[in-house]
Write a protein that binds this ligand. Structure first.
Ligand code: HEC
Ligand code: HEC
Length: 366
């Protein structure tokens, strides 16, 4: 009963969990999914696929073992219990001081992993003071670093930031530990995930959330195309992909994430909404290239969320990054390709969270 109720997904997450297990998966859907995914991968014969692979674009692997190696935290390997616990914490607003804001408030898994507003809104309806837009959490495991200025090396470290940041969840390490430890069902789940001697610290809470985020990968028809299915993209999408490569977009939007690396953000021209907010990149004026996966779901665009359409985002990229004017027609074709990056989301069942107790510190809403 327990194992059934905590299965997150018949597809991807099960793939990740079971990839490392010796025993046969107990969930029949999971084993079908493993086999289904395995049979689809083969070396591409399509010339365009070969060309963009040679340019550095990479598919999400179909082999569950390969995917696990790419996404797993070597210091905290996947297990069903840890992933389920991480999911609960991700959705639990009691990690914020007000008990109203969870990670999912700004990185809504039903909305492409974002909030859809220009600048993130957190505690006490406070907008991000630098007018920064919430990046998506889907596929963030493939980023080489996290945050717009790349200041965090991985998801586990990143998760510590928003819980404590005053315009976001505005909590403190102590308050978060007290809230979690005051809930016996959570203590039980930590024991199941990490053993009876587990010490429930703020760092372990963040780490468990990070582990859940590592499962949020979304293979798309573009991956199917690079994995050998020449018909996975339409003729129009292939034309758009060709333009994407010809124009030089792949110089920065490359690898599995089609981004995820630090780049200069006005290589060839000045970004037209540069003055909204005070973000100027890291110490070397570099900004993290956002992933283009699920881009049709993650408007508004750019670090300050000032660009609302893909057409404008593409044309502004041409001007700012490539010193080239992209026609309306070409932008439309590139946009058609970009929409093929909308991926199959892991089925995340909305968790029922364990009840607070008399000992749970009450919401702070003043
Ligand atoms: C109030 C809205 C808000 C909340 C709540 C919030 N975030 Fe974020 N998140 C943001 C913003 C804004 C950024 C970008 C900030 C920056 O770059 O300095 C961000 C960045 C990130 C990134 C980096 C992604 C990338 O591409 O660089 C990850 C991962 C992330 N958040 C996960 C989380 C997790 C996990 C939680 C819960 C513990 C959380 N966030 C809570 C708004 C929020
Ligand atoms: C020199 C590196 C570079 C090149 C070349 C480049 N980009 Fe970008 N791209 C970036 C960076 C960096 C950002 C983030 C800019 C910001 O937020 O201020 C970005 C942002 C974007 C966004 C918005 C993503 C989001 O989530 O906000 C889109 C869409 C995009 N690029 C598409 C393209 C297309 C299409 C091309 C080719 C015409 C291209 N890029 C060429 C580096 C590059």
């Amino acid at each position: 009963m327990k194992t059934k109720s905590i299965i997150l997904s018949a597809g991807l997450i099960s793939l990740l969990i079971f990839a490392g297990c010796k025993e046969k998966p107990s969930d029949s859907n999971a084993s079908t999914a493993v086999q289904a995914e395995k049979t689809t991968a083969s070396a591409p014969t399509d010339e365009l696929a070969k060309r963009v692979l040679a340019m550095g674009l990479k598919p999400i692997p179909t082999d569950p073992e390969e995917l696990r190696k790419l996404t797993e935290d070597v210091n905290n390997t996947f297990s069903e219990e840890k992933i389920e616990l991480g999911k609960k914490l991700y959705f639990d607003p009691r990690l914020s001081q007000s008990s109203l804001i969870s990670c999912n408030t700004c990185h809504n898994l039903a909305l492409g992993g974002v909030d859809g507003v220009e600048a993130a809104i957190g505690d006490k309806w406070t907008a991000n003071p630098h007018h920064l837009n919430s990046p998506t959490v889907y596929n963030s495991v493939f980023n080489k670093s996290q945050f717009w200025d790349g200041r965090s090396p991985h998801l586990e470290d990143q998760a510590e930031g928003p819980m404590q940041a005053s315009p976001e969840m505005a909590s403190s390490k102590t308050l978060i530990e007290q809230r979690v430890v005051s809930i016996p069902a959570y203590v039980e789940e930590f024991k199941k995930a990490y053993g009876d001697d587990v010490k429930i610290t703020f760092e372990l809470i963040a780490r468990t959330i990070g582990l859940f985020e590592r499962t949020l990968v979304t293979p798309s028809r573009f991956d199917d195309f690079l994995n050998g299915d020449s018909n996975a993209l339409t003729a129009e999408e292939k034309e758009g992909l060709k333009l994407f490569a010809d124009k030089g977009c792949t110089a920065c939007h490359t690898g599995i994430a089609l981004g995820g690396d630090m780049q200069s953000f006005d290589a060839q021209g000045i970004y037209k909404y540069k003055d909204v907010g005070d973000f100027t990149g890291n110490a070397n004026k570099m900004v993290k290239t956002p992933t283009l996966r699920n881009i049709e779901e993650t408007a508004p665009y750019y670090h300050n969320g000032k660009v609302w359409t893909l057409k404008e985002a593409i044309q502004e990229m041409g001007r700012v990054q490539l010193n080239t004017q992209i026609s309306d027609e070409d932008a439309a074709k590139i946009e058609t390709f970009l929409k093929s990056l909308t991926g199959r989301k892991p089925a995340v069942t909305y968790p029922v969270l364990p009840a607070s107790t008399q000992k749970t510190p009450q919401p702070i809403v003043k």
